[in-house]
Design a protein. Structure first.
Length: 113
């Protein structure tokens, strides 16, 4: 297996792990926020409503990787696509954690200040 295939698998796996983690954690937050009765921030609403769309990330990497076929026999463009998948998953997890905890931070700010 060449390096470009290994990177593809790693990139898809990272995105899949991030999507699964969000979809496992989000229902617990959704149940808590239902009891709040307040309007949720837009990021939290978007994450809770569209969390299933995160499973499109690993699926989208495959056609992007295929379309990045090297014209000169070099695999640099394909490695870049796989690397983008890895970076997306690394950036996605903190964004999701922040988005899911935003209402809790808001409530703590109101109660503490």
């Amino acid at each position: 297996m060449t390096r470009q295939y290994v990177m593809l698998v790693i990139g898809m796996f990272c995105c899949l792990v991030a999507a699964v983690a969000v979809n496992v954690a989000a229902p617990g937050f959704e149940a808590i926020y239902r009891d709040f009765g307040a309007e949720l921030p837009w990021l939290t609403r978007m994450l809770l409503a569209g969390r299933w769309f995160l499973f499109a990330l690993p699926v989208a990497i495959l056609p992007a990787w295929w379309l990045a076929r090297p014209a000169s026999g070099r695999a640099d463009r394909r490695a870049l696509v796989a690397l983008i998948g890895m970076i997306l998953s690394v950036l996605l997890v903190p964004l999701v954690v922040f988005g899911l905890y935003m209402p809790i931070f808001a409530v703590a700010g109101v109660m503490g200040g």
